[in-house]
Design a protein around this ligand. Structure first.
Ligand SMILES: [Zn+2]
Length: 413
């Protein structure tokens, strides 16, 4: 199949137009999941898709699908896309770039006249960001069978409104939209996204072929001591939870934070009880966020967390409560080779990069061969109104996706 080029101006104009929905005064976007703003974004994108002859549908988790029908509709589709929701102080490109680059690719392939072999599905996943309903990546988790729909529907926002009620409200705003079963079989999944890091920018590359998403473990640590009078209780009789926290956190930052030069270790939330200036604290609760691209190192650091907490807590007691544990997820090597070859064929400077953040592709990697295309974002800044991607990089990422989508029949599972 010979493939014409993407329309750079159309793609860029659509990015800017989409960013007008729920635009913030500072030039960003605040479009949280399952809001009226997201419905408006759906309407805009469905309209563009219809012009290109794509069929819109959704599933019960309010994932949006825009399908270019293939010649053999029994074949599992190729799925491409990302998400339309943002953080409260979000930018114009996180998520939107992936959906609109995918829509541009489907539009160009549709415009060729001959249908592709298999369906090409552009997806906009529900609630990737997890800022209104936490945790995020709800739509892809349901699609991948990792979380039941009922569990997702029960999650409430800060106003007590459930995700389920908002899913129903969004779907009822589109009465003509067919609602299909989630979790259908796929040939492959490719997600374009901004890098949210500086590696591509520093290397002067237009495109990153993502090797893997790093693994993550989180814990809540509860240190239990004993309350006392700050003026009268002798130092050697104290069971001071803040003193224990100080020893534990210092050892954690030294041993786990210094494990190697790729580990990421963070204590991002600390609570002291009773948190009174003249009372020896009887409790400290804190959260650990640990990330590493290699499973063995992630496990070794996890054991260090346990050991250090147990060793440094005395005379207080400590509870180490594991919360999240996500293994490092490598992307499909053959798809990565195809992406690299597509970039090379168009003389687009590309390199392999690790994803330090989670994405919907993490869930999809368990469903079908999956991959991601990164483009640089200025100074690595995202989840910010100042988030910016260069038009040339937006176009480069879409071109690599186009060539892989058009050549997907050469990809044999
Ligand atoms: Zn994103």
């Amino acid at each position: 199949m010979t493939v014409p080029d993407i329309n750079e101006e159309r793609l860029w104009d659509r990015l800017i137009q989409l960013a007008e929905i729920d635009a913030t005064p500072g030039g960003g976007v605040d479009r949280q999941a399952l809001t009226d703003g997201e419905a408006e974004a759906w309407r805009l994108v469905i309209g563009w898709a219809a012009e290109a002859g794509l069929e819109a549908s959704a599933d019960r988790a309010a994932n949006l699908f825009l399908t270019l029908p293939g010649r053999d509709r029994t074949l599992p589709p190729l799925m491409i896309g990302s998400h339309l929701d943002t953080q409260p102080t979000g930018g114009r490109f996180d998520g939107a770039f992936g959906v609109l680059a995918a829509l541009e690719v489907a539009t160009v392939i549709a415009g060729q006249g001959a249908a592709p072999e298999r369906d090409l599905v552009v997806v906009a996943w529900m609630n990737e960001e997890g800022s209104r309903f936490a945790p995020g990546m709800m739509g892809s988790n349901v699609f991948a069978g990792l979380r039941p729909l009922e569990e997702i529907r029960a999650v409430v926002d800060t106003k007590g409104i459930s995700a389920g009620a908002e899913i129903d409200r969004l779907l009822s705003a589109f009465p003509d939209l067919p609602v299909r079963d989630s979790g259908f079989a796929l040939h492959a999944y490719v997600e374009p996204h901004i890098e949210q890091h500086v590696l591509l920018e520093q290397a002067g590359k237009a495109v990153g072929i993502v090797t893997a998403i790093q693994g993550k473990k989180t814990w809540e640590i509860v240190i239990a001591g004993e309350k006392g009078h700050a003026g009268t209780l002798a130092m050697n009789r104290r069971r001071d939870a803040v003193a224990a926290f100080s020893r534990i956190s210092t050892a954690l930052y030294t041993c786990v934070g210094g494990y190697d030069d790729v580990v990421k270790f963070t204590i991002g939330r600390v609570g002291v009880e009773p948190n009174a200036p003249s009372v020896v604290a009887d409790a400290v609760r804190f959260r650990i966020d640990l990330r590493h691209p290699e499973m063995t190192a992630l496990e070794a650091c996890g054991e260090l967390v346990q050991e250090i907490c147990a060793r440094e807590a005395a005379p207080c007691k400590v509870k180490v409560i594991p919360l999240v544990s996500t293994a490092p997820t490598p992307f499909d090597e053959r798809l990565r080779d195809m992406l690299a070859a597509a970039a090379a064929a168009r003389a687009i400077p590309a390199m392999p990069v690790l994803s330090y953040a989670g994405h919907d592709a993490l869930q999809m990697a368990g469903v079908c061969p999956s991959a991601m295309i990164f483009i640089p974002c200025r100074d690595g800044i995202s989840h910010s109104e100042t988030e910016w991607a260069e038009p040339a990089h937006v176009a480069a990422g879409a071109r690599v996706l186009l060539d892989v989508a058009a050549g997907i029949e050469s990809f044999v599972r």
